[in-house]
Design a protein around this ligand. Structure first.
Ligand code: UDP
Length: 396
């Protein structure tokens, strides 16, 4: 089966890292088409996944764009749709990994009639999208998607609540290679020394810097913790959230936390950094679709506390494999930090159990098998290769 994957971003967010894992299974039987150039293209090339950047101008439509703002990009949209139509001739199906990629692929499918898969990695709700974008995504999914793969039950539920057809959506959790998260103890203690963090209780926060990722909540929690508790923020403002970055730095100064907070920017050694931490905190203020960092912390054997909303509650059993705190509740977060410090043995038992659970439940090989099985039901083999057929999802 030959697949044309499409993604709107040139940057390395969670959706893009997950796509590398999915596309790797198809090797040279796929092409990843991008709507922007950047580190994502380089990462795909490093993994020897064929990639093509489809435009040299970034699409000016955003998650919160109104109908009229979207209309301004019409010429660019038409050009991109034309490219997708031409490219897709050589493939058995089109697989959209992000919302904009899906919208354009859906329009293209009017001309190509290829099966269209929408890998839904967003919570389609007004908290995340403008009403225009939300309604458009749902309408197009209902009319043009052969299959919607949701990355959690929460993502699936939001899709259905927004008016999406329940019979076309299937849940497949993201998968991980546990071996990539096995870090020698010597590496993490060297890293701790390099960063001058010996004898500190280190809380890691791994996420792009963005208001809804809630870095400010961890800063607030820190003010309720003793001085030897420090925070590392790993990640960059990927989508122009410069104002929030300034706000965070201001909060650090105002709260006299300068000696206890580091911003490391985007890093490609997440497993090493996570293993070095005493606790990983996830603080999204609105429902998180999945939360890759949670499973990654588990695989690193590092305790995790996360904001209890969206897909997160499907990943953590509170008190057994981690901790949950209500989104935006800095005091509750500080309370969990105290507990972890006070009861290190209980904390590491929970982390070991979480590692076992994540290793069993989130294997990349299993995720890729599930995706392949779903794709096989919508693209049937025939003598001359593969013949696309519309899937009767109600039989699934
Ligand atoms: N990440 C990374 N380097 C960084 C910060 C984050 O590689 O400096 C990775 C992180 O390990 C995770 C992904 O970015 O795999 C973020 O995915 P998640 O689902 O947590 O959030 P999203 O970006 O999809 O909102």
């Amino acid at each position: 089966m030959n697949i044309l994957f499409l993604d709107q971003s040139g940057k390395l967010g969670g959706a893009e890292l997950s796509l590398i894992d999915v596309a790797s299974a198809f090797g040279d039987r796929c092409l990843v088409g991008l709507f922007a150039d950047g580190p994502f293209r380089q990462a795909l090339e490093q993994h020897e996944i064929p990639v093509k950047v489809l435009t040299d101008q970034p699409l000016l439509v955003h998650r919160n764009s109104s109908f009229w703002q979207s209309l301004k990009s019409l010429r660019q949209i038409v050009r991109l749709v034309g490219k997708i139509v031409r490219l897709s001739q050589d493939f058995d199906l089109v697989y959209a990994n992000t919302q904009k990629a899906f919208v354009l692929s859906a329009i293209a499918s009017l001309f190509t009639h290829h099966p269209l898969v929408y890998h839904l990695r967003d919570i389609l709700s007004p908290e995340h999208f403008s009403q225009t974008n939300l309604s458009l995504a749902i309408w197009l999914a209902n009319h043009f998607a052969t299959l919607v793969i949701a990355n959690s039950q929460a993502t699936k539920q939001a899709f259905i609540e927004a008016g999406g057809r329940a019979e076309i959506v299937k849940v497949v959790y993201n998968g991980f290679e546990p071996a990539s998260y096995r870090v020698p103890l010597s590496t993490s203690s060297e890293l701790r020394q390099q960063l001058n963090l010996d004898n500190r209780f280190v809380i890691g926060h791994f996420s792009r810097l963005s208001p809804w990722k809630g870095q400010h909540i961890l800063l607030e929690a820190l003010t309720h913790c003793p001085d030897n508790v420090v925070a590392l923020f790993v990640g960059d403002a990927l989508f122009g959230e410069q104002e929030y970055v300034e706000q965070l730095h201001h909060q650090v100064t105002e709260s006299r936390l300068s000696d206890r907070v580091r911003f490391l920017g985007f890093r490609s050694d997440v497993p090493q950094l996570m293993t070095m931490c005493d606790l990983v905190a996830h603080t999204s203020t609105v429902p998180e679709p999945f939360g890759r960092v949670i499973v990654e912390a588990m695989l690193c054997d590092t305790p995790i506390v996360a904001a209890a909303a969206g897909g997160v509650v499907e990943l953590i059993e509170p008190g057994k494999t981690g901790w949950l705190a209500p989104p935006g509740d800095a005091l509750k977060l500080a309370d969990v930090i105290h507990q972890c410090r006070r009861r290190p043995e209980q904390t590491s038992t929970i982390a070991h159990r979480a590692k076992l659970k994540a290793t069993q439940c989130f294997q990349l090989a299993h995720t890729n098998q599930q995706i392949a099985a779903l794709l096989n039901t919508i693209v049937k083999p025939c003598s001359s290769g593969f013949e696309p057929t519309r899937m009767d999802m109600t039989k699934q």
